[in-house]
Design a protein around this ligand. Sequence first.
Ligand SMILES: Cc1cc2nc3c(=O)[nH]c(=O)nc-3n(C[C@H](O)[C@H](O)[C@H](O)COP(=O)(O)OP(=O)(O)OC[C@H]3O[C@@H](n4cnc5c(N)ncnc54)[C@H](O)[C@@H]3O)c2cc1C
Length: 299
Amino acid sequence: MSTNAWLRERATRTAFVRRSVSAFMPGERLEDAMTAAAAQERQGIRTIFTKLGENLTRVEDAEEVTQHYLEVLDKVQAAGLDAHISVKPTQLGLDLDQELCFRNLQRLVDRAEERQNFIWIDMEGSPYVDPTLDLYRRTRARTARIGIAIQAYLHRTEKDVESLLPLGAAIRMVKGAYLEPPDVAFPKKADVDENFYKLSCRLLSEEARRAGGLLHMATHDPVLVDRLTAFIDANNVPASAYEFAMLYGIQRTLQQRLLAARRPLRVLIAYGEYWFAWYMRRLAERPANVWFVVKNLLR
Ligand SMILES: Cc1cc2nc3c(=O)[nH]c(=O)nc-3n(C[C@H](O)[C@H](O)[C@H](O)COP(=O)(O)OP(=O)(O)OC[C@H]3O[C@@H](n4cnc5c(N)ncnc54)[C@H](O)[C@@H]3O)c2cc1C
């Protein structure tokens, strides 16, 4: 449903859908996101900003997104916020031309270098994994202000972790949000969860820390969070080596629990008008969300 144009046309005009999306994003404008970031920072929560949109088909649009993120980096510094940005390669033109995407990304990391900030590369569907890793490796050779998301549901990810570890990579571990066939991704959630735990422990290991790695554990799964904090404590992993990461509006109780335990926490705030595909993936992650929408539509 996230890729269905007919549904997107209708759903984004429905008042109820627009209202329910506000549970996951404070507003469509950057200003809304910055206000929410300032509020969460007062509680001790750091931020990641992402402007929604993907699979852009025009060079001008990729340029507009790049310009936008350059401004965000300036505004974040001016506002004194501790806020990274996270970009999708297909938002910077990957579908059009990999070199164009690489150049746009370099403009962002150069500005991040000037502003002492940090850029994350999101991971999209499985056909994009190789080009995205390539973008990351080439950029990492120029600067350490770059991190990459990798997906625990992919069979290949264990190998990718081993190849990234010696680079002292900043890695965001996620379960994975796209529909993938069983030969590409573990079909069972239990296997995905276990792989997330296993690979995160590997990236928190002394060897990874010696290489200079940073791990973002991006999950709202309380069981995984508890297992990972137990591992962190048992192995004396310093707080500088990791952060937990969650999405705005999801598992607020767990977020508060981590804050109370003085664990580093960064929350991703999404904004922008192209929220439909992203919102559908958030619904797909939790059947209760879909049921909530259906009940309201029937009413
Ligand atoms: C900071 C961040 C960045 C991400 N970046 C990427 C990326 O680059 N590429 C990518 O493929 N995926 C990305 N994701 C999404 C990720 O892959 C998962 O799809 C998503 O986090 C749901 O999995 P989970 O680990 O939270 O746990 P799950 O096992 O799916 O859920 C555990 C519990 O969390 C709660 N929960 C989870 N999702 C929701 C929801 N939508 N609404 C309400 N409650 C919910 C529920 O209580 C649920 O029981 C990112 C996620 C985060 C937090």
